[in-house]
Write a protein of this length. Structure first.
Length: 147
């Protein structure tokens, strides 16, 4: 979030923050969670172009340079084409695989159960409820397990 957006969020929550100064951390965390859920909900129904743009942003945020981010997108393009809504999971899985390779692992050998558990955990980390995360895992199951 840039500083202007953060300031706008604070201003919208100002009365609540001032009335409950002991709960500032909880109020801010709840607001961030609601923003994540809104962003995730808005992600449903993405076009391939939007998914590619969001995937590119995730690679850049993870520290990849532009050329490497584009190269990684070309590698994951079949998965993005099949399921653009799962762009975040696809990118995060790719980044994790690259991280594992960087520390000496030659391949990422996860069971289907582990892949499903990772996807569920990522959806929860994005601020979804358990029910929402479960629904997203079910909706994206074939992409998650690579079938």
């Amino acid at each position: 979030m840039d500083s202007d957006t953060a300031m706008n969020r604070v201003q919208t929550k100002m009365s609540e923050l001032m009335s409950q100064p002991d709960s500032v951390d909880d109020i801010v965390q709840e607001d961030l969670n609601s923003l994540r859920v809104a962003a995730t909900t808005a992600a449903i129904g993405l076009t391939l172009e939007q998914a590619v743009q969001l995937a590119y942003q995730l690679y850049i945020q993870a520290g990849f340079d532009s050329a490497t981010a584009l190269a990684r997108i070309n590698i994951i393009m079949p998965q993005l084409t099949a399921n653009p809504e799962a762009y975040s999971f696809i990118v995060q899985t790719d980044i994790m695989a690259l991280g594992s390779a960087a520390v000496g692992a030659t391949t990422l050998q996860l069971t289907q159960e582990q892949l499903v558990q990772q996807a569920y955990a990522q959806y929860i980390a994005q601020g979804m409820t358990s029910e929402q995360a479960f629904a997203m895992v079910n909706a994206n199951l074939s992409t998650i397990i690579g079938n």
